[in-house]
Every structure is written in structure tokens, then in C-alpha cells.
Design a protein around this ligand. Structure first.
Ligand SMILES: CC(C)(COP(=O)(O)OP(=O)(O)OC[C@H]1O[C@@H](n2cnc3c(N)ncnc32)[C@H](O)[C@@H]1OP(=O)(O)O)[C@@H](O)C(=O)NCCC(=O)NCCS
Length: 332
């Protein structure tokens, strides 16, 4: 067991003795989870071993990539890029989402994050990521992209919304039910165009979403006449707060192509009802950027103070880098 709490020795050029290297993500799950739990301050995702292992095993082109920083036998930093499949500019494309960046508090300011990011960006292919606006991570990513001659673009600011379901209608115009993988695939495929990098998970990726150890559900919204309005990926997310680990249902990703307001309200109610007994009666939605703002309001979702920038890094010749104005991918 690595001891993450022992302080490093002082004196000398400590930064020079830290090794950063690309690793097989499937070999480092528990060490990655431990450094993530130590580095992030609440409120933040709960990086359980199960959750981190699940994310690092996400199927997709080339699999996940990871970089680890060690000082002797201690893990002092980690970063990953996880595969996702999108639809943009009339075609399917494979990308990676940069995520899970963490440096041990005792080893900050020594360039560890910069080295981890450069290792992750050293592999070809476009990556996207979600960072707090103006955060050090944005600065680190911009510098690493510049050093590699890659384009770095802030494509959108995604606001986090909250839904409490106070206006429950007796006979709502839309209903939601749990969907099988094949049905969800068909609903997701109806979302296209509009300069959006639409999440377009393949069947094996949808099965992986369904196996999320936190609990999850692929949901379909339909109108009274049975017409499909779209789908939503709902997750029983685990958030670390000052009170400990809390369960908060999260509408992680929405795939709506019609009846946005009624479908969104129905997805919110469904998420609330499904896991209500577990914790606070609120559903979060970190990415509703593909839903028109007036539909979000009519559905009863309210903006919170939390926001993330969608960052795109890659070669200027890639249409994703040139065209993506937003995405419905989940923020993680
Ligand atoms: C953000 C984090 C990964 C930075 O790690 P780090 O190893 O200390 O960063 P580095 O030493 O490589 O710094 C790289 C650059 O960022 C700047 N930077 C780092 N932390 C900063 C801070 N808190 N405020 C302002 N600038 C900062 C450094 O000055 C440096 O700039 P330079 O290259 O122009 O000199 C680390 O603080 C951390 O783990 N935080 C908690 C988890 C987190 O926020 N993860 C990222 C979320 S997307």
C-alpha cells in the first residue's frame, strides 16, 4: 500500500526526482482513485475505486490513456483521457475526454500537472475536456497545446442546472421509461447537426454506461401519442460535500430532438422519483447546452452558480476542432 500522507523530504530539486510516464490505465485504477480523492476538495465527485476503474475501462477507439507521476514508490499525480464516440459534421468520430487530473497537495507548483498534460497530449487525436472557467487547468492545457502546435479553443460555457420538481403536473404531456440499449441507440441517432459534437455511443459503450457502479439508467421520453422525443443518461452520482458522500441523481447527458421542454421536465421527474429516497430531492444537470434556454426554463430547471468551459484541443484540420460549438457529452 502506498503511503500518500507521508510528507516529501525537503531541500534539493524535488521536481527533478518526480517521474511522469504513460501507463496502462487498467493497471493503476486504485492508485489513481486514491490520489484523486486526496487532491480534490468538496464539493466534488466521489472518486471511489469502482468508479475510477469503470471510467478507465470505458470501451472505445484505442481505449483510455493515462499518465502517472511517482516520487519513489509514491503516486503523486494522475491524469487520464477516456474514449467517447461523437457525431459531427455528418460523420462519426472517436475522441478522448481529458479527465481525472490530480496532483498531491505536497507536490504542487513543481510542474507535475504540466508534464502529465503534455504526456496525454503527445498521442495523436482530438481531445475535449471540461474545466472551471479561468482555472489553473485551463492555463496548463493552453500552454501544453501551444507547445505541441495544437489548436486550443474554448467552445462553450456549460452551466449546471438544478431541478426540484415543484410543479408536478397531474397529467404531464410526456412520460419517461427505462430503455434497452438498442432503443436508446436509435433515439440518440436522431440528434444531429447544429455545430454540436453529439454523443453517439456505440452499443458496447451504452452497455458500459449501464454498468456504471454508481447506478445509472438509459431513459427514453415520449409524448402522449407515443412519439419518441429523445433520451437521457441518468446517473446516481456520488458527490463529496462537507456532510460526507451524498447521492444526487444527475441528468448527465440529454439527447432531445423534439418537445424539448416537456421531455426535459419528464426526465427530471423520472430521475427525482427513481432515487429520491437516497438523498436530497434535487436533480442536477451539468450539461443542457443543446437545449434551448426557454425550454430549460419552462421545464423547471434553474441555473446554479457552477459552470464548466468546454475545451477542444487538436489539429486545426480536424472538423471537430474547427466546427464543434457545443456538445451533449457528460461533464466529468
Ligand atoms: C490543478 C492542479 C492539477 C495543478 O497541479 P500542479 O502540478 O501544481 O501544476 P503545475 O505545477 O504543473 O503548474 C502548471 C502551471 O499552472 C499554474 N498553476 C498551478 N496551480 C495554480 C493555481 N492554484 N493558481 C494559479 N496558477 C496555478 C502554475 O503557475 C504553472 O504555470 P506556468 O507553467 O506558467 O509556470 C493541482 O492543483 C490539483 O490537483 N488540484 C486539485 C484537482 C483539480 O483541480 N484538478 C483539475 C480539474 S480540471
Amino acid at each position: 500500500m502506498l503511503n500518500l500522507n507521508a510528507r516529501p523530504e525537503t531541500g534539493g530539486r524535488l521536481g527533478d526526482t518526480i517521474e511522469c510516464r504513460a501507463v496502462d490505465p487498467l493497471d493503476v485504477g486504485p492508485a489513481a482513485a486514491e490520489i484523486l480523492r486526496l487532491a480534490w476538495a468538496p464539493p466534488c465527485l466521489h472518486y471511489s475505486d469502482d468508479y475510477v476503474n469503470w471510467q478507465l475501462a470505458f470501451p472505445g477507439s484505442g481505449g483510455a490513456r493515462a499518465a502517472l507521476a511517482t516520487h519513489g514508490l509514491r503516486t503523486v499525480g494522475f491524469m487520464a483521457a477516456i474514449p467517447r464516440r461523437i457525431w459531427i459534421d455528418g460523420r462519426v468520430a472517436s475522441i478522448h475526454v481529458r479527465s481525472c487530473l490530480a496532483v498531491h497537495p505536497d507536490y504542487r507548483g513543481m510542474g507535475v500537472a504540466g508534464r502529465l498534460v503534455r504526456l496525454i497530449l503527445a498521442t495523436d487525436g482530438t481531445t475535449v475536456g471540461f474545466t472551471e472557467p479561468g482555472s489553473p487547468t485551463e492555463h496548463i492545457l493552453a500552454a501544453a497545446a501551444r507547445a505541441r502546435g495544437l489548436t486550443f479553443r474554448r467552445a462553450a460555457e456549460l452551466r449546471t442546472y438544478a431541478f426540484t420538481g415543484t410543479r408536478r403536473e397531474p397529467d404531464p404531456p410526456a412520460a419517461v421509461r427505462e430503455a434497452a440499449v438498442g432503443e436508446f441507440e436509435v433515439a440518440a441517432a436522431r440528434c444531429a447537426g447544429g455545430g454540436t459534437a453529439w454523443s453517439r455511443p456505440a452499443a458496447d459503450q451504452l452497455r458500459h454506461y449501464s454498468a456504471d457502479p454508481r447506478g445509472s439508467c438509459l431513459a427514453i421520453a415520449h409524448g402522449r401519442d407515443g412519439t419518441t422525443l429523445g433520451g437521457g443518461l441518468i446517473v446516481r452520482s456520488h458527490i463529496v460535500t462537507a456532510r460526507g458522500v451524498e447521492i444526487v441523481p444527475s441528468l448527465d447527458s440529454v439527447f432531445l430532438h423534439r418537445g424539448h421542454d416537456t421531455a426535459l421536465a419528464a426526465l427530471g421527474m423520472f430521475a427525482l422519483d427513481r432515487w429520491q429516497s437516497d438523498g436530497p430531492a434535487v436533480v442536477t444537470a451539468p450539461n443542457l447546452h443543446t437545449v434551448p434556454p426557454d425550454a430549460i426554463r419552462r421545464a423547471g430547471f434553474r441555473a446554479t452558480r457552477s459552470a464548466f468551459n468546454l475545451l477542444v484541443i487538436g489539429d486545426e484540420s480536424d472538423p471537430i476542432v474547427r466546427c464543434a460549438r457545443t456538445t451533449n457529452l457528460e461533464v466529468f
